[in-house]
Design a protein around this ligand. Structure first.
Ligand SMILES: Cc1ncc(COP(=O)(O)O)c(C=O)c1O
Length: 430
């Protein structure tokens, strides 16, 4: 029998204290000891144009609802092989060890570090935003030493500084950087950074959570060794999976480890037994079967559209969005050469309240855009055009909604000027 929770139902909630903030939702969430939300949950239909998750294609959502089958069912094993092949296409690699980790992008990041590093190793880590900082955290948690190459937020990782760090640290065994820094909307020159890694014979670890499927990414041609991504950005899929790929050099490093990887779940030697190329698949964990249907569908969509066409679509819609934003008098934060088409960092005009405007967009338009993080918090918005969300419809919708919300904030905008500028861009490109 369900009993009433003593704290929820009897304890007075102190007003105006942190306790009130923590306890009040719990009180509201229970009626006679039964959770109030214990009915079907119907989320609103939002348009997701923040830093991710981004809009999921209806085709992908449809795949998610197909009948669950066993994760060692021969048909499912075939699907796993197909996912591997499609991921190889997306990453542009022949790496045999290419698969989706059954957890979000952060787990892909951790998988790369825990498998390739040992205590006492030295790693060059580029930090120009939040996610480079997380890489350093991973390196240090592996008992390795991070040599940090720091660049200002909103600027790319500087290859000259990376070269100098590699010269100064010949003992380094790896170089880690973020291809597309989601916290600032900045691309780094991955091809050049990977080439530096090759010249200095270190393993290159690359974060492609926001780049995969949205901008050029050539794992083999560039010579990256351990690359991880996420399902929820330019792949138009639901969150919760992390595609990864490891080069033969990286696999060699993993096989020659002298001691066990500290994480059992992310130990790639064990994961390989489950996702490996031979027909004998040994149980490691229960794969998220339906989420993998969804990933498969999103990769089929990418293959059907073609990588080049998908990248061109992201670039085209980005140009139209920027033209519209600039026509409203807004300023982009990142220099044009390094801007990510899939994540647009825009300065918030003087006098406009960041949180109030975003809340207005969500309430009146069901539109989510992202806030700035860290150094960019309060002065920057991050507008995503990722995967299925990178569509003309979304650009038009976002510009119109933003124009209306800015007007309500008292910021003067010429009606329709943003849309006109965006449309001019599309007709130029046609
Ligand atoms: C560049 C980058 N790296 C890593 C992550 C972590 O991915 P997840 O949130 O799926 O764990 C994110 C998430 O936004 C990201 O943008």
């Amino acid at each position: 029998m369900l009993t009433q929770h003593p704290v929820r139902d009897k304890e007075p909630v102190p007003r105006g204290s942190a306790g009130a903030i923590l306890r009040a939702p719990i009180r509201h969430a229970f009626i006679n000891g039964v959770p109030k939300l214990s009915q079907s949950f119907y989320p609103p239909q939002r348009t997701l144009m923040g830093p991710g998750p981004s809009d999921v294609s209806p085709r992908v959502l449809g795949a998610l609802g197909r009948p669950t089958i066993g994760h060692l069912d021969p048909l499912f094993v075939e699907l796993m092989d197909d996912i591997k092949g499609l991921l190889q296409y997306a990453f542009q690699t022949d790496n045999e060890l290419t698969l989706p980790i059954s957890a979000p992008g952060s787990a892909g990041m951790e998988a790369c570090f825990v498998n390739l590093l040992s205590p006492g190793d030295t790693v060059i880590v580029c930090i120009n935003g939040v996610f480079g900082g997380r890489m350093r955290e991973n390196v240090e948690r592996c008992g390795a030493k991070a040599v940090v190459v720091e660049d200002a937020w909103g600027t790319p990782a500087d290859p000259e500084k990376i070269a100098a760090a590699l010269e100064a640290h010949p003992e380094a065994s790896a170089l880690a950087f973020v291809h597309a820094e989601t916290s600032t909307g900045t691309r780094s020159d991955a091809e050049r950074i990977c080439a530096l890694g090759r010249e200095h014979d270190v393993l290159v670890i690359m974060d492609t959570v926001t780049s995969l499927g949205g901008i050029e990414l050539k794992v083999d041609a560039w010579g990256a060794d351990a690359v991880y991504s996420g399902s929820q950005k330019c792949l138009s899929c639901v969150p919760g999976l992390s595609p990864v790929t490891f080069s033969p050099r990286a696999v060699e490093r993993i096989r020659s480890r002298s001691h066990k990887v500290q994480s059992w779940f992310l130990d790639m030697q064990l994961v390989m037994g489950y996702w490996g190329g031979d027909s004998k698949r040994s149980y490691h964990h229960t794969a998220p079967v339906n989420a993998l249907y969804a990933l498969h569908e999103s990769l089929v969509m990418l293959r059907d559209e073609g990588l080049e066409a998908a990248i061109a679509r992201h670039a085209r819609n980005h140009r139209a969005l920027v033209a519209g934003l600039e026509a409203m008098g807004l300023k982009m934060v990142v220099d044009a050469e390094w801007r990510l088409p899939q994540l647009n960092a825009v300065g918030i005009p003087e006098g406009v309240d960041d949180a109030r405007l975003r809340a207005r967009l969500l309430r009146d338009f069901d539109l989510e855009i992202g806030a700035g993080l860290g150094a960019l918090a309060g002065n920057t918005w991050r507008i995503g055009l990722m995967g299925y969300a990178s569509r003309e419809r979304n650009v038009v919708f976002c510009l119109n909604a933003l124009e209306a919300a800015l007007k309500q904030e008292g910021y003067g905008v010429d009606s329709g000027s943003a849309l006109e500028a965006a449309e001019a861009c599309w007709s130029d490109a046609a």
